[in-house]
Design a protein around this ligand. Sequence first.
Ligand code: HSE
Length: 418
Amino acid sequence: MPEQNETKLNIGLFGFGVVGESLYRVLQTNKSLNAQVRKVCIKHADKKRNAPAELFTTDPQDLLRDDNINVIVELIDDADAAYLIVSDALSNKKSVVSANKKMIAEHQDELLELQRTYHTPFLYESACCASIPVIRNLEEYYDNDLLQGISGIVNGSTNYILTRIAEDGLTFEAALKLAQQEGFAESNPALDVEGIDAVNKLTILLTHAYGTVALPKEIVHTGIQNLHAHDATYAKEKGYEIKLVAQAKKLEDGSVAAFVLPQFLKKDNQLYNVKNEYNGVIIESGLADKQFFYGKGAGGFPTASAVLSDLSALRYDYKYEYKKLRYQEPAALAQDFYLRVYVSFDGLFHVPHELFEVIEEWSSNNKRCSVIGIIRFSKLKDESWWKKKNTSLILMPDAFADFVPELKESSASEMFMV
Ligand code: HSE
């Protein structure tokens, strides 16, 4: 039996897609939560739904203006519409649970302000790594000073695609189609493939890990769109796996280096064995060394499980305190440091000695070649040559370089002449 002082959750649910329907099913069978879906707002009234017709409406106001509804669960795809729903609900003192990483990452400042003003809980564990409880752990457990770094596979679709290509020899297109059929991919899969979903998640993690509130566009990122068969051959020869890794690392000056880039991983990295739609996060802490979180990062039920956990936390009025932001000095984003990278490109090219300190050159045939070297991070941040279609840039396993080469100022684009 629920305790007397436990809040009864009368839920207004926005969205009845893969996650929304999974949540509805789980709440139907899980009565211990003292939670009930009262109304569901959907976009397309004529779509056949596996639930009683009277539950559904297409008018958001039926949920937002209903005083009996005290919790809004927002599981829709459209980030702009989601922001309007969430800000309306918070300003009207309805607690909110959301899985919309794009919306949260792009509106962190405004959402923080709304929570400060209205003291209303806004929880979004499912927005990062679905079933892995990473946000609440960063928020509650790890002190800023002890948290040395986070590195993770935070996008299930790209990991699924890379696994299916490597293990079944599928083409990129066929693997993406499967990820879409399984319900892992965003409705605009470019968000997954180009690393945007991963950078949205990293943006959210940075706030809870270090109090660093940034916009996704401020963080260097790319996805798996430019990876080439030549890169896979190189990885195989060296015994590496290629993964899309989101990472943040505290530097000696207290700033935080953050980016999402493909990386070659060696067998001894826990992320090496993270396959398919699974996500994995390594948290490096000063005293505890490395800790590894592993679980399903996409899909209806794994995502619903995190939404359920947030709903459960609402019963005892849990709120994020944003401890690193409020009670500690938030860390700034690091602007310059050095990374070990591999770059491959087509045709004849001028090896960019002025850009890199070149350590090794490698060629699988005379059409595609690659160089491995050390690059200044600001060169990645300010220039776009490495995002061009015929170029792929992959971090080496030991990505952070202590050795600082003497790099001359020059434009990378001048160096890459095909
Ligand atoms: N498209 C996302 C992914 C869904 O593949 O990780 C979960 O956030």
